[in-house]
Design a protein around this ligand. Structure first.
Ligand SMILES: Cc1cc2nc3c(=O)[nH]c(=O)nc-3n(C[C@H](O)[C@H](O)[C@H](O)COP(=O)(O)O)c2cc1C
Length: 331
């Protein structure tokens, strides 16, 4: 593949800015090999959930009853992990993928607290992961949270605990439900993380009117879903102290080009892999290369962020005034 597409993400050298996002498409070595063969720059493994780690730790009451953070001895962990459980399986996947693939293998943990699970991040590093992505998923509908500040403090606690345990780069995947989204993202970017992935895709409920059951809807994105992350990558580019990755709604080469124009270092894709498989990747690369050649760009940095809010001549294009103008003129 052309080295037109080389880029950096979390300090890692990637041959392409197209990264396979964490999903069921990255939960098995065979699938990961196919993704590597298709040309992706890196893979993010399907998330292990904090609850899965804690549930397996519950089985060893002596560990759970110990006060304070958990710093197990290696021998204790050998007792705790057995070959059948989800944690061992996850570590095996990290280990086998890191050995078999040449592209970086990024592990993923979906978490909601800085509880005793964070030692597991170290085990992921020791298994060979090039980086760890933390998908921090706190519900903005938590009526027990005492304040927005305490809600946000949890993000920083998790980051602090994990960074204290690992030396590989850590990235954070977030939603957009924050009171002052721009400022919060800025503060998180200054916390020591190497990158932020904007944004998580939420699962929304719908109603089946025959069975009156609640069913998931819009599990897979469409290209129109690009809009929210495109806008926020463009607003945050140049204002954060870490790399930015765009996630949600990137389905083709145009989506990749737009996110890089906005300022993304890489994009992460999942839905298009569910719809078309890894076979979608070469066409995306071809479109990006053709577009770059038509514009006279010989590397991604040549146009990265050129349409971000800080770089365009009319930054108000991302502001309230633009919405007023568009709504008024819309017929
Ligand atoms: C079926 C499915 C499973 C997913 N599983 C995970 C997961 O385990 N961890 C995670 O961080 N994101 C997960 N995601 C979210 C994707 O990584 C991605 O952020 C989201 O789908 C938006 O990207 P897209 O528009 O390319 O699908 C999943 C998405 C789908 C559709």
């Amino acid at each position: 593949m052309s080295n037109l597409l080389q880029t950096k993400w979390l300090g890692l050298d990637l041959r392409s800015p197209v990264v396979a996002a964490s999903s069921g498409m990255t939960d098995h070595l065979d699938k990961l090999r196919q993704l590597e063969d298709s040309g992706v720059g890196a893979v993010v493994l399907k998330s292990l959930f904090e609850e899965e780690i804690l549930a397996e730790m519950q089985q060893d009451q002596s560990i759970m009853q110990r006060p304070g953070p958990f710093f197990p001895e290696v021998s204790e962990m050998d007792d705790f992990l057995n070959n059948e459980d989800g944690l061992s399986t996850y570590l095996d996947l990290v280990r086998s993928a890191a050995t078999a693939l040449e592209i970086p293998v990024i592990a993923s943990i979906n978490c909601v607290s800085s509880q005793k699970w964070t030692h597991f991040a170290r085990m992921i590093q020791d298994a060979g992961a090039a980086a760890i992505e933390l998908n921090i998923f706190l519900m903005p509908s938590d009526f027990d949270a005492s304040s927005g500040e305490s809600f946000e403090a949890t993000y920083f606690e998790i980051i602090r605990e994990v960074l204290a345990r690992v030396t590989i780069p850590v990235s954070i995947k977030l939603g957009y439900h924050f009171t002052l989204l721009g400022q919060t993202l800025q503060k998180i970017s200054e916390s020591g993380v190497a990158g932020m992935v904007l944004f998580n895709r939420f699962f929304y409920p719908d109603y089946d009117l025959d069975t009156l059951q609640i069913v998931p809807t819009n599990v897979l994105s469409t290209p129109e879903d690009l809009a929210i992350s495109l806008k926020w990558i463009a607003i945050m580019a140049g204002r954060v102290s870490c790399n930015l990755a765009a996630s949600t709604g990137v389905h083709d080469g145009d989506g990749v080009i737009k996110q890089i124009l906005a300022g993304a270092q890489v994009v992460q894709i999942a839905s298009i892999l569910y719809r078309q498989g890894p076979g979608a990747i070469p066409g995306m690369h071809q479109r990006i290369c053709e577009w770059m050649e038509s514009m006279g760009h010989d590397n991604l940095d040549a146009f990265r962020g050129t349409l971000s809010q800080l770089q365009i001549k009319n930054p108000a294009a991302y502001d309230r005034v633009q919405f007023l103008k568009n709504y008024r003129s819309f017929r």
